[in-house]
Design a protein around this ligand. Structure first.
Ligand code: PMP
Length: 361
């Protein structure tokens, strides 16, 4: 039926998310399962956020505020930009898709590091563009000169994920400034900073200062990680208002739901919970680092809430063995890292489960 009308979507592979907890419980007959696969905040949203969600449940027969006005105002205030610099999405996944829809024509190229986040590939292929992968350097560090060399006259966008998923490595401020000075005209840089709130390195780049200075930079942030709202789907981008206006043309009218908007506004303001979440992550990181060292496993020091670990065995098998004992992690296989696994930093108890499971297998 579709032969003459369909676009060639067979090149797109559906995204395979981390297995849901309930599925693993049912499949393996387990009551306790630790999900350390999707880099979520293990302590969840605060009581304040839960109360804010309760407070709007009586309004669900109304459409959401299509412009996410209050949320944009709150984000703008936090980052010292105007609401016109901001676009809110149904997760940053949606914003990645909208960037492609806005800026890519068939045959255009996108440059990105490898390994990195798979949705950049999805967005590009969706618009019949092609991806020019630039392998990360030694220790999964960024080599921005190699990124520059990969740019061709067909390149429209460069995705730079910092800190990078799945490696946890990051771009230095100085290196990024030099990169921007050498960047050819007509190329849009997308700095995906989904994990920027976890960064402790003083020399890490923060894209917002480049946005404020008028560079062709789009910064992506999300409420799914530190702000613990992955289930509600809220992300945002910050860019020059002229860029935001263009992307806003492809936005669905009510792309961010009412509950998500109110939860995000409240989460942004809840500095106490943010601080607690950062502390849980910092102590969890230390706990995991020392366990990996004891077990003789190489890991990449991270600026995020996940760690890339070399198990020195096929990661596909490690993934299956850990599942059986109720620990969900991410295999490095789809990233081309056949012996590495990516584990999210959990609560103390979840981390212990992971460590004990790694000791057993
Ligand atoms: N970018 C990166 C680097 C990510 O790791 C993720 C989540 N896996 C996203 C974007 C998507 O986040 P969101 O939940 O906001 O769609």
């Amino acid at each position: 039926i579709l032969q003459n009308v369909r676009k060639n979507v067979t090149k797109l592979s559906p995204y395979i998310p981390g297995k849901p907890i309930r599925e693993v419980q049912e499949e393996y007959g387990l009551s306790e399962v630790a999900k350390l696969a999707s880099n979520e905040n293990p302590i969840g949203p605060s009581k304040k956020v839960q109360a804010a969600i309760q407070s709007v449940l009586g309004e669900l027969h109304r459409y959401p505020d299509g412009g996410s006005t209050e949320l944009k105002r709150a984000i703008a205030q936090k980052h010292d930009v105007t609401p016109e610099h901001i676009l809110v999405g149904n997760g940053s996944d949606e914003l990645i898709k909208m960037l492609s829809e806005t800026f890519l024509h068939p045959g255009d190229e996108v440059v990105m590091p490898a390994p990195s986040f798979s949705q950049y590939v999805f967005g590009t292929l969706l618009m019949d563009g092609s991806v020019n992968y630039v392998p990360l350097a030694e220790g999964f560090e960024y080599d921005l000169d190699a990124i520059l060399r990969a740019i061709t006259p067909r390149t429209k966008m460069v995705y730079l994920c910092t800190p990078n998923n799945p490696t946890g490595t990051y771009i230095r401020k100085e290196a990024f400034a030099a990169f921007m000075r050498k960047l050819p005209e007509g190329v849009l840089i997308v700095l995906d900073e989904a994990y920027y709130e976890y960064v402790t390195a003083a020399d890490a780049v923060h894209g917002l200062s480049f946005v404020r200075e008028g560079y062709p930079v789009v910064v992506l942030h999300t409420f799914s990680k530190l702000y613990a709202l992955a289930g509600l789907r809220v992300g945002y981008l910050v860019a020059d208002p002229s860029i935001v206006q263009e992307i806003n043309r492809v936005r669905e009218p009510f792309n961010v739901n009412t509950v998500a908007q109110v939860a995000a506004v409240t989460a942004l303001d809840d500095t106490e919970h943010v601080q607690t979440s950062i502390e849980v992550n910092e102590s969890g990181k230390k706990q995991l680092y020392s366990a990996f060292e004891r077990l003789g496993l190489t890991y990449i020091p991270t600026q995020t809430n996940f760690i890339l670990v070399d198990t020195k065995r096929p990661s596909k098998e490690v993934f299956q063995q850990l599942l059986k004992v109720g620990v969900i992690i991410r295999s490095g296989e789809p990233f081309g890292l056949s012996t590495w696994i990516r584990v999210s930093v959990g609560t103390q108890e979840e981390n212990i489960r992971l460590i004990e499971a790694l000791e057993q297998i």
